[in-house]
Write a protein that binds this ligand. Structure first.
Ligand code: NAI
Ligand code: 3PY
Length: 315
């Protein structure tokens, strides 16, 4: 039996399926693998099922390598240096599609919560400070009919766009790195700053890492409307977090909804102190059947590798 390292606890059904087929070591820590631990995993196991936060940097691939496949649990693989993996003969796969609807749903959760001040309202009630319904209390941004601007019109971006368009009558604008045709009435905008300026609500759905680190900087945020709401469901490093905090503190934008942060699980105190920000602990795919589908997809890629077949979701 091949030796498989699973770097984080997974749903029972996925673990049972993995154990039926492989000699499984399950790591139960919640923190990701350090670079040294990632290097040791590549040295000691035939296959690894890693996830976000694990340190598969170029340095991790410089030692002895026994591992033949890294089957990532998640669609985002910015924690894996894929070029270094390829050079070391390690195949990489991910879990596209399995994550799309759930992550888009969290995007809508953040749009609605940030616009309608849901977090702030809940804190008020829990603190026993609600004095009763009033026509002028806690007025937020009306979502229906507002223009949404999607940055990165891939699988998740399109799923967010469809929900906005058909659920909330929202005109959809999008900015994609390459020209992108989509099967819905949405308009592609040629410049990131034009998109930031034209939309009422911005949703970021690009991959993290590489050239996308710092894509949304102070200048991009400054292009937004003062009434604008900024939502990030992609990766924290895509946004200059200090610039975002400054924009929120100055009232340069109206609010934000964030599922991801630059240095997870660290969330800056300055961000946590802001009433006009809705903060979630990277909940995009946090539903049992979604996590089961992701785990089974990762496992199917390891089985394909074990049987000498092409990886179905090769990166
Ligand atoms: N919050 C969460 O729990 C989750 C977050 N994610 C994140 O969402 C990301 C997107 O996932 P998918 O939609 O499946 O990927 P995808 O590959 O289908 O879509 C990404 C899109 O972004 C575009 N793009 C890339 N760089 C760009 C740039 N600089 N400017 C404009 N467009 C750019 C690509 O051309 C592509 O259309 C993942 O890489 C992951 O980091 C994914 C799942 C869950
Ligand atoms: O799939 C991903 O990239 C995530 O962030 C977690 O599901």
């Amino acid at each position: 039996m091949k030796k498989l390292l699973i770097t984080r606890a997974l749903p029972d059904s996925v673990l049972a399926a993995a154990r039926a087929r492989f000699d499984v070591t399950l790591r139960t820590e919640t923190a990701g693998l350090s670079v040294a631990e990632a290097a040791a995993a590549l040295r000691d196991y035939d296959a690894v099922l890693p996830t976000l936060g694990d340190g598969f940097t170029a340095e991790a691939f410089t030692g002895d390598i026994r591992c033949g496949v890294l089957a990532n649990f998640g669609v985002g693989y910015n924690h894996i240096d894929v070029a270094a993996a390829r050079a070391a003969g390690v195949a990489v796969s991910n879990t596209p599609d399995a994550v799309t609807d759930a992550t888009a749903d969290i995007g809508l959760t953040l749009i609605l919560s940030a616009c309608r001040r849901a977090g702030e309202g809940e804190r008020l009630v829990r603190a026993g400070l609600w004095t009763g319904w009033q026509p002028t209390q806690m007025l937020g941004t009306h979502v229906t009919g507002k223009t949404v601007g999607i940055i990165g019109m891939g699988r998740i971006g399109q799923a967010v766009a469809r929900r906005c368009l058909y659920g909330f009558d929202m005109p959809v604008l999008y900015f994609n790195r390459s020209p992108k045709m989509v099967d819905m009435p949405a308009r592609q905008v040629d410049s990131l700053h034009d998109l930031m300026a034209q939309a009422d609500i911005i949703v970021v759905t690009v991959p993290g890492g590489g050239a996308n680190t710092g894509l949304i900087d102070a200048a991009a945020l400054a292009a937004m409307k003062p009434t604008g709401i900024f939502v990030n469901i992609a990766r924290g490093d895509v946004v200059d977090e200090d610039a975002l905090i400054a924009a929120l503190q100055k009232g340069q934008i109206a609010g934000a909804g964030l599922d991801v942060f630059a240095k997870e699980p660290f969330v800056p105190e300055a961000l946590r102190a802001l009433e006009n920000v809705v903060i979630l602990p990277h909940l995009g795919t946090a539903a049992l059947e979604v996590r089961e589908a992701m785990g089974q997809m990762a496992l199917d890629n390891i089985i394909a590798w074990d049987e000498g077949r092409a990886l179905p979701q090769a990166v």
